[in-house]
Design a protein. Structure first.
Length: 156
């Protein structure tokens, strides 16, 4: 196995692990009713946070593997998300379909809110709405993630 093949297999493994983290967080978020109290609401909120973090980690990982410049600045999260939905000619396909861009964007914004709104009570309806965003985003993105990993494996 060549070094390039080994790095490609490692990348595929990491992408699959990141994506599995997204799916597991969705399952956790769906496992409880956020209206059932503070603890279930917190579980849903943290699951949404973990799901988006795993997705963003995957996006950064792909960019690094392609040798793209490290993102900086206050809007790097939004730029990363936006550009991941656009194919880069000769480098990679879109990493999620445009149909779920608003869902991923809502989750990114929720994560920002959650990390900065320390004393705000969690709103069960807002949590449910975000679980719905995550479910749509996962359903729409999964085929593209699977196609990417398959293309990487068969490209060796």
């Amino acid at each position: 196995m060549s070094p390039i093949e080994a790095r490609t297999l490692l990348l595929v493994s990491e992408i699959e692990r990141d994506w599995q983290g997204v799916a597991q967080a969705l399952n956790r978020a769906r496992s409880v009713d956020p209206k059932a109290g503070e603890a279930p609401a917190a579980l849903v909120a943290l699951s949404l946070d973990h799901a988006y973090q795993a997705f963003e980690t995957m996006l950064v990982r792909v960019e690094r593997a392609l040798g793209l410049a490290e993102r900086t600045g206050s809007a790097w999260h939004a730029a990363l998300l936006f550009e991941a939905g656009v194919p880069l000619a000769g480098l990679r396909p879109a990493l999620y379909p445009q149909a779920v861009r608003d869902d991923w964007d809502a989750l990114m914004r929720f994560r920002h809110f959650l990390r900065h709104a320390y004393l705000v009570e969690l709103d069960a309806e807002r949590l449910r709405t975000n679980v719905d965003h995550l479910a749509r985003a996962v359903a729409g993105t999964e085929p593209l993630v699977r196609a990417l990993t398959q293309a990487l494996v068969t490209r060796e």
